[in-house]
Write a protein that binds this ligand. Structure first.
Ligand SMILES: Nc1ncnc2c1ncn2[C@@H]1O[C@H](COP(=O)(O)OP(=O)(O)OP(=O)(O)O)[C@@H](O)[C@H]1O
Ligand SMILES: [Mg+2]
Length: 113
């Protein structure tokens, strides 16, 4: 199992979700976060307002998947989030040791999807 953490542009969230659903990836956690990459935050337009802070609004996705879903998930995130401009985001893939569905007490692959 893997935990996929992706930081994307907020305005790409809907497109990324659509691409994930096409791959039958339906379980997701979404957070609003602040961050910067190697440009250390440049001026961006957000909802019609210019923002110049060092930390820019981003959306963080957490998706836990079985190993055979890693590539479809990564490809879906790229398809939905990529503009080709700086700040498109990043995807981190971590080993996931365990997963427990609290309601049923199922564990591992049975619990993840
Ligand atoms: N190495 C990192 N560690 C933690 N967070 C990161 C890292 N790289 C990127 N991020 C997060 O991802 C967001 C988007 O990063 P961004 O796409 O700007 O990366 P980049 O390496 O600067 O690439 P680019 O040159 O395409 O802009 C950042 O605002 C930050 O929240
Ligand atoms: Mg950057």
């Amino acid at each position: 199992m893997k935990l996929i953490i992706a930081i994307i542009q907020p305005h790409k969230l809907e497109e990324v979700k659509e691409e994930l659903y096409k791959q039958e990836v339906n379980l997701i956690t979404v957070s609003e976060v602040l961050g910067h990459g190697r440009q250390k935050g440049v001026t961006e337009v957000y909802r019609g307002h210019k923002e110049t802070g060092n930390l820019l609004r981003k959306v963080r996705l957490e998706i836990a998947v079985n190993d055979n879903f890693v590539e479809p998930t990564v490809k879906a995130i790229i398809k939905g989030a990529k503009t080709g401009e700086t700040g498109d985001g990043k995807i981190f893939i971590l080993e996931l040791k365990e997963c427990v569905r609290i309601r049923t007490e199922e564990r591992g692959s049975a619990a993840i999807g």
